[in-house]
Ligand binder design. Structure first.
Ligand code: DAH
Length: 341
């Protein structure tokens, strides 16, 4: 074993192994295996004492040579792996930036809407998302057999978790009307932003959770003209002063008369495009004069007080203003979306 040919073999094996080693840990293993105290070279040198003087010289020289060659190669590889020093930095490369966080487009939309109504004198209220049938439907004059009360449309909470029976996820923010009417006396002028839930098939236009802003004013001699003034003022401020509004007769159990409001399509200026389905108009909210039955349910005298109410879908109007074509984008948490809008 102890002849220079063996050493040459150890050296060539060592070089071959180093060539395969691609990180500091593997290079270190090769180093220990070949150059360590119990490594291959040390083991080979143990046979030295059995050799003649001449043989020892040749073998020793070969061993020293192999050792320094492997050590140099290992050293070179390790220093190539070290991070570059400052002198190697390219100062002309672009720097690393820390991106700033943004408000979610819905948070921003709700803030903008709320701010506009606050300037018109509306106070801001919120209400519970887990609600009873009474506040979500009953007090709002929904008949017992109204389809919205169906399991198909409303999420009911299961009683199996020890919850009291009859709880549901509110399907609209109109519950806040009843809750605020019970706490206050007229005159009042309130908006209520918040989340609502509906058992709907998810699509580019509908989602199982979304946001609404409810608004209502009650007092003496409050008329439909007050309602129109507030809504036209809002739309001019939120969309553009050029936008036109159209009040269309409609029906809601809690208002009489009821209307839906369309705005002239902001994408095509009312000329007709795919967003407004070539109609030139886009529906953005429901509204009406508060039904006397609702007034009576909360103990307001409908002979003395009148009021209006409205409710708008936040996703809907943010989508129109920012030209977002799919409601699901709001809920996917893709940072590229938040950054863009
Ligand atoms: N709650 C209705 C809905 O979710 C929207 C609505 C319509 C609210 C008319 C109102 C209103 O306050 O007066 O579809």
């Amino acid at each position: 074993m102890s002849n220079p040919a063996n050493i040459d073999r150890i050296l060539s094996d060592g070089v071959a192994e180093l060539e395969k080693a691609d990180d500091a840990e593997k290079i270190g293993e090769v180093k220990i295996h070949y150059l360590g105290r119990k490594g291959l070279l040390s083991a080979a040198l143990k046979g030295l004492k059995d050799l003649s003087i001449d043989e020892r010289k040749a073998f020793g020289a070969a061993a020293n040579n192999a050792k320094s060659e492997l050590a140099a190669k290992i050293e070179g590889m390790l220093s190539a792996l070290k991070p570059s020093t400052k002198a190697d930095l390219d100062y002309t490369l672009p720097g690393q930036t820390n991106r700033l966080g943004r408000l979610h487009p819905l948070t921003r939309g709700i803030k903008e809407i709320t701010e506009i109504f606050r300037r018109m004198g509306f106070a801001v209220a919120t209400g519970p998302e887990i609600e009873t049938d009474y506040y979500n439907f009953g007090a709002l004059n929904f008949p017992e057999d109204h389809p919205a009360r169906d399991m198909q449309d409303t999420f009911y909470l299961s009683e199996t978790n020890g919850l009291p029976p009859g709880l549901l996820l509110r399907t609209h923010t109109s519950n806040v009307q009843i809750r605020e009417f019970e706490r206050r006396k007229p005159p009042l002028k309130i908006i209520a932003p918040g989340k609502v839930y509906r058992h709907e098939a998810v699509s580019s236009r509908a989602y199982c959770v979304f946001h609404q802003v409810e608004g209502f004013q009650v007092g003496e001699n409050i008329s439909m003209a007050d309602m129109k003034g507030a809504l036209v003022g809002f739309c001019h401020e939120y969309f553009s002063p050029e936008i036109e509004l159209r009040f269309r007769p409609s029906f809601f159990p809690f208002t009489e008369p009821s209307a839906e409001v369309d705005v002239s399509c902001i994408i095509c200026d009312g000329k007709g495009c795919s967003v407004c389905k070539y109609d030139g108009w886009l529906e953005i909210l429901g509204c009406g004069m508060i039904d006397p039955n609702v007034m009576t349910a909360v103990g307001y005298d409908p002979e003395k007080y009148t009021g209006y109410a409205f409710g708008m879908g936040v996703e809907r109007i943010v989508m129109l203003k920012r030209r977002i074509t799919d409601i699901r984008l709001f809920y996917e948490n893709d940072i590229r979306f938040t950054r863009k809008y």
